[in-house]
Design a protein around this ligand. Structure first.
Ligand code: GLN
Length: 278
């Protein structure tokens, strides 16, 4: 009979990862791994843990194995159809929230929503915000809708998040205007070796790379956003560690003002944005 202590020791995984998978399989809290470490475990649970550990050793992301990832204090469902929310993307949420801090009932658009992490975190923090979230992937929209349903109060004054199947803003009603547009688009260049490493191998390629120089989605969004922004509306974009200067130049060339980049917790210029005054 195996115990939790046995499984953690023999999994062949970093201890933290083995703990996460074991808590997931057993439905235990972290403290139970300590207080119940000598209990004999149900053989089914042991088999399920061993199967997950094997998949992890083969490289599958922890978030896909557990189907969950925490972001901005909320637990999101994750599937192989969506980008796994990253901690650095919380900066984008903070910048969006800052941009609407003084606006009542702000309208916010999230382009390429994936799990819905950005749109839903904004909607959760600002119950009066009216939030639209688009993705061209119907599978991603299904995941995002499920997350919105699970995480947002049905009675929030801004109403439900509106999910729209759209390639960037193509299907957004042109009569709508937004105080803030946010996006974490695919920004990895097609020849970047990172695409063949770690979690990225298991995530949807279309969420990671534009299959070009890494800036083509960003160019499209910067080109279109002015048509959809209120006077002095804000656009904030996440981008790669070495793209801040290029993104600032694109924003300025399109006529954005107050253009600036902000650093993530690792000190990397991770988001750039500006205001558009028609
Ligand atoms: N931040 C992700 C990574 O570098 C990429 C996500 C994206 O392209 N938007 O792993």
């Amino acid at each position: 009979m195996s115990t939790a202590a046995d499984l953690l020791r023999t999994a062949g995984l970093p201890l933290l990862e083995a703990r996460i998978l074991l808590m997931h399989v057993l439905g235990w809290r972290r403290t139970e791994l300590i207080t119940r470490d000598r209990e004999s475990l149900d053989p089914d649970a042991v088999a399920r843990f061993e199967a997950l550990a094997k998949r992890r050793l083969n490289g599958e992301p922890i978030a896909q194995l557990t189907g969950r990832r925490e972001f901005f204090g909320l637990e999101f469902d994750v599937t192989p159809d969506v980008l796994i929310p990253r901690p650095e993307t919380e900066l984008l949420v903070e910048l969006a929230l800052e941009s609407i801090a003084d606006v009542a009932n702000p309208r916010v658009l999230d382009l390429g929503t994936g799990t819905g992490a950005i749109a839903i975190s904004i909607a959760h923090a600002r119950p009066d915000a009216r939030v639209w979230a688009v993705d061209r992937s119907t599978a991603a929209l299904d995941v995002a809708r499920g997350n919105a349903h699970a995480l947002l109060d049905a009675t929030r004054t801004g109403g439900p998040v509106a999910f729209v199947e759209s390639d960037w803003a193509a299907n957004i009603d042109p009569s709508l205007l937004f105080e803030t547009i946010v996006s974490n688009p695919p920004y990895i260049a097609s020849d970047d070796p990172h695409l063949a490493q770690g979690d990225l191998r298991f995530e949807p390629r279309g969420a990671l790379t534009d299959d070009a120089d890494g800036l083509s989605a960003i160019r499209t969004i910067i080109g279109t956003a002015p048509f959809l922004l209120t006077t002095n509306g804000a656009l904030w974009l996440e981008h790669g560690y070495d793209q801040a200067e290029s993104v600032r130049e694109l924003l300025k060339a399109r006529g954005f003002t107050n253009v600036r980049s902000m650093r993530d917790l690792a000190g990397i210029e991770r988001c750039s944005g500006g205001l558009f005054t028609a």
